[in-house]
Design a protein around this ligand. Sequence first.
Ligand SMILES: Cc1cn([C@H]2C[C@H](O)[C@@H](COP(=O)(O)OP(=O)(O)OP(=O)(O)O)O2)c(=O)[nH]c1=O
Length: 217
Amino acid sequence: MTASVSKMTSLPHELVSQNKKPLLILASASPRRLELLAQIGIVPDRVIPADLDETPRKGELPRLYAKRLAHEKAALVASQCQEPALILGADTVVAVGRRILQKAEDEDTARRHLTLLSGRRHKVFTAIALYPSAILPDSHVSERIVESYVTFTNMQPHHIDSLIAQGDWRGKAGSYALQGAAASYIRQMGGSPSAVIGLPLFETAQLLRGQPSFRVV
Ligand SMILES: Cc1cn([C@H]2C[C@H](O)[C@@H](COP(=O)(O)OP(=O)(O)OP(=O)(O)O)O2)c(=O)[nH]c1=O
């Protein structure tokens, strides 16, 4: 597995002894996650994407895959962090039964995903994990996994072609964006809209409120 994270500079240890608020680090390259955090008034001190091999293990179930990746992203950044910090990792997985629809690399794959999703209900699992850096006292690892479902109406090939042409499929699990043009084909959804878009806001705020060293209003 290849893994890398940008180098961080360390801060003086007085920060810990003075019990100052730790940094919040978002371990994600997803612009959606940053926007969603901003929606609840949270601006991370740093954004440090974790560069991981995201290949599912053979036979890995979607829920466990999402959970594993959220933990791995947060743990990787935490392991290389020299400052008192809380590190938030997240992963969103679109699943049809046991089948995981990963972010498509090309239009043909995205078209296959949308064709599969057309006229049926699927699940979206988003896992979040919050890790303290080694230097942060009185903190613990915490996690939440949120299961949502989304039902697409029947889409004709020209509807799918139009979605593909608009480009929303890029970088999205399942090759669609609930927050984009695909919404005009989504008959129903249940669970957490913010989780489908990448970060369950209620659960994220819960995790942060549960950390003694971090205050969220
Ligand atoms: C289903 C769905 C997914 N998505 C996005 C959220 C995530 O950014 C992405 C799922 O891929 P992820 O691997 O969870 O996240 P990422 O690769 O964007 O970022 P990182 O791994 O660095 O944290 O799909 C939407 O924006 N809208 C949707 O409706």
